[in-house]
Design a binder for this molecule. Sequence first.
Ligand SMILES: C[S@@+](CC[C@H](N)C(=O)[O-])C[C@H]1O[C@@H](n2cnc3c(N)ncnc32)[C@H](O)[C@@H]1O
Length: 290
Amino acid sequence: MNAAFRSSLFKLLDKLPSKLGYFIYHQLQRLTPEDISKKVKANQHSYDVIQRIIQSTGLNLTGSKIIEIGSGWMPLMPYLLHYQGGAKEIFTYDLNHHYNRKQIFKLNAFFEQHLGIKILLESDEYGLPDFVDYHPNTNLIEADLPNEANFVFSRFVLEHVRPEDILRMHQKLNNDGSDDLHIIHLISPSDHRAYNDPSLSLLDFLQFSSTEWKRIQTKFDYHNRLRLPQYLNIFEQAGFEVLFEEHTGLDSKSKQFQLFKQLHIHSDFAGMTEEELCAGAINVLLRKKK
Ligand SMILES: C[S@@+](CC[C@H](N)C(=O)[O-])C[C@H]1O[C@@H](n2cnc3c(N)ncnc32)[C@H](O)[C@@H]1O
C-alpha cells in the first residue's frame, strides 16, 4: 500500500465512529500465509537482537518471566521467547484487542509446518498455550503487573506512545518492578510513511511543527517523533540507567542521507546533532539505578 493512499485511508477511518473505524482497520490487518512467514522472519530477527543484548551483559532468559508491552496481532515474540529462549511465562499487554483464535490457529500451523514445533490450540477464548498470559484492552500504565517478572520488553511500541506516557510507564515499572528488573526496548524512530515510499526521507516528519504533524497523522498511525537523546532523558528521569544502547546511522553516501540533507528541519529539533536526529533502529537495555 503506497504511503499517500495509506495516509488517506487512515484519515478516512479516523472520521468514522471509533468502533467502526477500528473494525475496518482490523479487517485490513488480516494476514495471508505469506504475511505470516514475513512476520515470523522479522520477529526472529528481533528475538536474535534481544538474545545478543541479553547475553552480552551476562543475563539469561531461561526460566524467566517476561512482560511484553504491546502484544500486537499475534503471540510471535512470546512463542520465540519460550520455544527458543526457554522463557517460562510471558505476560503480554495491549491497549487494543488484536489477537483472535483464527489467526492463532494459522500461526500454530505455520510453527508446526516450518519450524517443527507443535502448538495445540487450547480451549480458552484465543486458543493460547498456557505460557502466554494475554491482557488485551489494558494500558500497561494502569495494569496490575506480576511482581516476579525478570524482564520487560517492547518491540516497535514506544515510538507510538506519547512522551508523558513513556515517562509514566517507566515510573510505574520502577515502582512496581523488582530491583533486578531489566527492560529492553526495540524502537523504530523513523518516519513510518517512508517504509512504503522510498522517495520519502526516513526523517521527513522532522520538517513539521507539532501542530502540522498532528494534522497529518491519525490515531491509527500516531508517532511521537522523539529522537534518541529525548528517549534517554525520559529513561533517566524515571530512575533507570542505560546498560546498553545501539542505533543505526545514515551512510553519508546513501540516497537516504541526500534526502535528509534536503530537509528543512523544524526548529523544535534545533540543538541536536546530525547523529542524534538520524539515529534509527534504537535498541536499549535498562536497569533501575542503584
Ligand atoms: C506497532 S504495534 C507493535 C506490536 C508488536 N509489538 C509487534 O512488534 O508487532 C504497537 C502496539 O503497542 C500497543 N500499545 C501502545 N501503547 C501501549 C500501552 N501503554 N500499553 C499497552 N499496549 C500499548 C498498541 O495498541 C499496538 O498494538
